[in-house]
Design a protein around this ligand. Structure first.
Ligand code: ZN
Length: 561
């Protein structure tokens, strides 16, 4: 593969590539390439994201139109941020690309495959590691040498909200976002101000005005603070430059994105009910009272909404199920952070991925027990359970420390297993107490088993996958998970699973309560590996989508006007 070193050449080569090989107006693309693209695009199942218009009054509908327009600009801005020639390529594909090329480019926000570490698909060169935040030929060393010899530039160069550009003299300079993204960012600010004038929710209006000011001033502190103060309102808006993952060179520069969501009052009531149970759940943990953490609250507030439009960074590639913002440590110190869960994105993944997986690997008689209610409420309880149990601990020699410090690298898998298994345990508790209907007892047991195959499908190296593997092997050892040797289908023993959940939750909590690093490592070694029977089941899942491509009804209804 040719490595291009200068922006001008990259641009030219990019145009040549799709000018010669792929762009032929009607049917110029060869059928092998189109078939390959179709296979790649099949990883994403489309899912319609509807707008619950009945929850919105006229003022919120009018505000929503302006918010949509501001968010649509985040799409444009992110396309610009991905690579220097991305917009030129996008326009070229939209003019004369094939349907699969256009879909690939739209899903990935560029010619590189986000599921395969940015492998080039619609072009023949690598994505610049610094995206379009730095000159594409600039090396890390050049940046570092510049900052070392110009210490006064360090703050602006390392800022989350600047790009780095070449000067006429061949040096480097930092360009603040309002200057770099000028007119588009100013337009987005105007739409936010208009939306602020329309919404009836004052705390939302305050955030929108503050965020509009940030777009122009490049200072996001006040508007991040205002975002934390937005009360639970029917419209829920998150917009701005947030995450730095697109910057693979330094991880300094924030990418633009937006989430426009609607809050269902019924879901909020349920969530408030759950929050009222936190202390009861802590008291009910299957460990001695001395290990319980009775004065600990929920680490960060949880909010549940339905996404009606997403734009920019978050929409590229796999879809976000939940986000935790803001990232500014000063705001987190002052006000904490907010965890927002996107219920309809969970539903999309449930319908398009989890249910088809269950159909391949679970015993037929248990399939009706795989339900969205069980799936979603377990995700919620997983989050709550992270906030329960030992945190600050005292070692036998009297030393005060934390679970994290004691269990070190073993803690993330143990902590995720604790949240998963404890989520099941707390689910049973809330059913016993009448908070959830009794039918969910069997549904959550079986849905959790289906979720295991989704989670470990691509390996068990990451903490979430490893945590799932630990629970699976433990439950199998206890006879609570069984595989029928004739059909190779899995099922849950609905009598054995309850006690097994309690036993495992106890073991995980005690590893943390006693800060038992060696015990945690050997527990992971004993239960964390994937067996051949699981591998054989996973082999059956190859044709099931990996993620979803949201199709927003809002875009058709407002964007089409
Ligand atoms: Zn977790």
């Amino acid at each position: 593969m040719v490595q291009f070193r200068y922006a001008g050449i990259v641009l030219l080569a990019g145009l040549v590539v799709f000018g010669s090989a792929t762009c032929g107006g009607n049917g110029g693309i060869d059928s092998a390439k189109e078939a390959e693209l179709k296979a790649l695009n099949k990883a994403y199942a489309t899912f319609e994201m509807e707008v619950p218009w009945q929850l919105l009054d006229d003022s919120e509908k009018a505000a929503l139109e302006k918010l949509y327009q501001a968010a649509a600009l985040m799409d444009e801005l992110f396309f610009i941020q991905v690579s220097p020639d991305n917009i030129a390529m996008k326009e070229e594909f939209e003019r004369s690309g094939s349907p699969e090329e256009i879909r690939f480019f739209r899903i990935n926000f560029g010619p590189w495959n986000r599921l395969e570490a940015d492998e080039p698909v619609l072009c023949d060169y690598e994505k610049p590691p610094g995206a379009n935040f730095y000159p594409p030929e600039m090396t890390k060393e050049e940046f570092e040498a510049w900052v070392e010899s110009h210490p006064g530039d360090a703050e602006a160069f390392e800022s989350t909200f600047t790009t780095i550009r070449r000067t006429d003299g061949g040096g480097l300079k930092a360009v603040p976002y309002p200057e770099e993204y000028g007119e588009r960012l100013a337009r987005a600010a105007r739409y936010l101000e208009q939306a602020a004038d329309l919404t009836r929710c004052e705390s939302l209006a305050k955030f929108l005005r503050a965020r509009a000011a940030s777009f122009l001033s490049n200072d996001y502190y006040e508007s991040d603070m205002a975002w934390m103060d937005v009360e639970d309102n029917v419209l829920d808006v998150t917009i701005g430059p947030y995450e730095v993952y697109e910057d693979n060179l330094f991880g300094y520069k924030a990418a633009f994105e937006a989430f426009i969501c609607v809050r269902d009052p019924e879901e909020s009531r349920k969530l408030d009910g759950l929050k009222g149970y936190i202390l009861e759940m802590e008291k009910n943990l299957p460990i001695e009272d001395k290990h319980k953490n009775l004065d600990r609250g929920l680490d960060s507030p949880i909010s549940v909404v339905d996404e009606i439009f997403a734009a920019g960074d978050t929409k590229a590639g796999p879809q976000t199920l939940a986000f935790n913002l803001p990232n500014d440590e000063r705001v987190r110190d002052a006000k904490g952070s907010k965890k927002v869960m996107l219920r309809n994105v969970c539903r999309a993944k449930f319908e398009k991925i989890l249910k088809p997986i269950a159909g391949e690997v679970l015993a037929k008689d248990q399939l009706p027990l795989v339900t969205f209610d069980a799936y979603f409420n377990h995700i919620l309880l997983h989050e709550f359970t992270h906030g329960l149990g030992p945190g600050n601990i005292v070692m036998p020699d009297g030393r005060k420390t934390t679970v994290n410090k004691m269990l070190q690298e073993a803690n993330s898998a143990i902590e995720e297993a604790k949240a998963d298994v404890g989520g099941q345990y707390n689910f049973y508790y809330l059913i016993d107490d009448g908070f959830f209907p009794a039918k969910l007892r069997e549904e959550t047991a079986v849905t959790y088993l289906a979720g295991f195959f989704r989670s470990v499908r691509f390996g068990v190296e990451a903490p979430h996958g490893r945590a799932n593997m630990i629970a699976f092997n433990y439950f199998k050892e206890k006879g609570a998970y069984k595989c029928d040797p004739g059909t190779n289908l899995w099922s849950v023993d609905l009598d054995l699973i309850g006690p097994a959940v309690k036993d495992l939750f106890h073991e995980l909590l005690m590893l943390q309560a006693t800060g038992d690093y060696e015990g945690a490592k050997s527990f992971i070694a004993r239960y964390g590996e994937m067996g051949e029977d699981v591998k054989a089941s996973i082999d059956k899942l190859e044709t099931i989508p990996v993620d979803i491509e949201p199709v927003f009804a809002l875009q058709k209804e407002i964007g089409g006007r």
